[in-house]
Ligand binder design. Structure first.
Ligand SMILES: [Ca+2]
Length: 471
């Protein structure tokens, strides 16, 4: 969090490059970030560190089910080299797929509404490669989606720029292409300007597309990836060259300066911050409520970025300038303990023998339970004896639940619901602040996010054994 580069700090790094007496600065190779008049640098990554900054990026590790793509996204194909983020694509079997590739996204870490995003990159090519720089809504769901840049490897001089909108399955899109040089040979800058009335796409500083209709009006996060195969590029063939490298020099997000209005940026690791009201910019003097929410096992330990915040949670901040605020979360020795690892599990159905219920308690994020493709479905854990359940973590595969209940039972026959949602988001889901007693705990799914079943890598119960004499 402290390493978050502010505009002022960038200027400091640049100016101290000229001073050989500062060894910690002399190691930094970050080139100066040009000032964009009328714009404020809200967020950026110059990829000048030793490794990918996990406070800024989530690195995908999954065989995502979409667009008939053929790759397994693995963190080992995502790394920093020579001041560039590299997403490597290769012909290599992993997780049931014939190819590996890389995907990073700022989901849960950074999102913005309105501004200018710039990505400088050298793209991978040849048949079946599908590099993209794109954005999705922070609150989940699809569409909308903005594709800043997409390229089909077999046509390396064509850049696709697209706005997806509407309501699934009645979604539509507006798209334009630009034919230029071979974009796999050199670095080029792909940019999008987004305001309330219009989307404008730029390649190397020249506007190449715009749409003034169906402009999204909610915060988006950024995704950088290379898909292999699938509906857009077709699958690799004998002409495809492996490995391929998608190199990204920087990602910069700017917000337009409007006098008297201010931006609020938040960041956190091992937890998150909710912002109320959440607005793209604030008027002078406006008050904003910040709530820090630690992950299971952590506790809130303070704020950085605004001395007036103190140590309250929630806290209120008054907007009188641009602010970057972080929440600090510390390991909580008194946090509920994991009590489900290795315990027996059962399920309504299994998609195949290779995906049994027991894989939800094995502590292995590569093994998973998956149900058959109808509703309802459930998976339960037998804790062996009655326990106090204080928190639950669900690690969903892409085939997640949209609606599910959490239930307890003493006999695995009669179940009591202690948590229920019909707006689940998938990914890592944590439910905290629980205080319920039972020996059996189950996830009871009633509506699915995909046409597939319910699939969990892990189902983790945190709490403690019931003290003697208490029933
Ligand atoms: Ca597992």
């Amino acid at each position: 969090m402290m390493k978050k580069v502010t505009a002022a700090l960038c200027i400091a790094i640049v100016s101290c490059l000229c001073l050989p007496a500062r060894p910690e600065c002399a190691q930094k190779k970050a080139p100066p970030i040009p000032e964009l008049k009328g714009w404020y640098l809200l967020w950026n990554d110059e990829f000048s560190g030793e490794s990918v900054d996990r406070k800024k990026w989530y690195i995908e590790d999954a065989a995502l089910v979409k667009n008939n793509e053929l790759q397994y996204y693995t963190p080992k194909n995502v790394y920093i080299k020579n001041g560039k983020l590299v997403l490597k694509s290769d012909k290599e079997t992993m997780g049931g797929r014939a190819y590996t590739s890389g995907l990073v996204e700022t989901k849960g870490r950074f999102a913005f509404q309105y501004g200018r995003v710039e990505v400088r990159a050298k793209l991978p090519g040849t048949k079946g490669m599908w590099p993209a720089h794109w954005m999705m809504p922070e609150k989940g769901g699809w569409p909308p989606e903005i594709d800043i840049m997409e390229l089909v490897g077999s046509k390396p001089n064509i850049i696709h720029m697209t706005n997806h909108y509407g309501v699934y399955p009645h979604n539509r899109y507006d798209t334009k292409i630009f034919a230029g040089p071979d974009y796999t040979r050199d670095f080029h800058v792909y940019a999008l300007e987004w305001d309330e009335g219009e989307l404008r796409w730029f390649i190397d500083g020249i506007q190449r597309s715009s749409w003034a209709r169906n402009v999204p009006k909610e915060p988006f996060y950024i995704i950088l990836n290379t898909a292999v195969g699938g509906i857009m590029p077709g699958n690799p063939d004998a002409t495809t060259v492996f490995p391929q490298f998608h190199e990204i020099d920087y990602v910069r997000v700017y917000a337009k300066e409007i006098p008297g209005t201010f931006f609020l940026m938040t960041s956190a690791e091992n937890g998150r911050i909710t912002v109320d009201p959440r607005l793209p910019r604030y008027n002078k003097g406006e008050k904003v409520k910040l709530t820090a929410m630690p992950k299971i096992g952590y506790k809130f330990a303070g704020w950085t970025g605004d001395p007036s915040l103190g140590s309250d949670n929630p806290a209120r901040v008054q907007m009188n300038k641009h602010k970057r605020i972080s929440a600090v979360f510390a390991v909580d020795p008194g946090a509920p303990k994991l009590i489900s690892r290795g315990k027996d599990a059962g399920a309504s159905t299994c998609e195949s023998e290779a995906m049994p219920a027991k894989y939800v308690t094995d502590g292995d994020m590569n093994s998973r339970w998956s149900s058959e493709f109808f509703d309802p479905q459930w998976v339960y854990i037998d804790l062996g004896k009655p326990c106090v359940i204080e928190a639950v973590r669900l690690e969903w595969e892409a085939a997640a639940a949209k609606a599910f209940k959490l239930q307890v039972s003493d006999d695995a026959r009669e179940w009591n619901t202690f948590y229920s949602t019909d707006r689940a988001e998938g990914g890592t889901e944590e439910i905290m602040g629980l205080n319920t007693v039972g020996r059996f705990v189950r996830m009871y799914g009633t509506d699915r996010k995909t046409k597939y079943g319910y699939s969990l890598y892990e189902f983790e119960i945190f709490g403690k054994e019931l003290p003697e004499g208490r029933q």
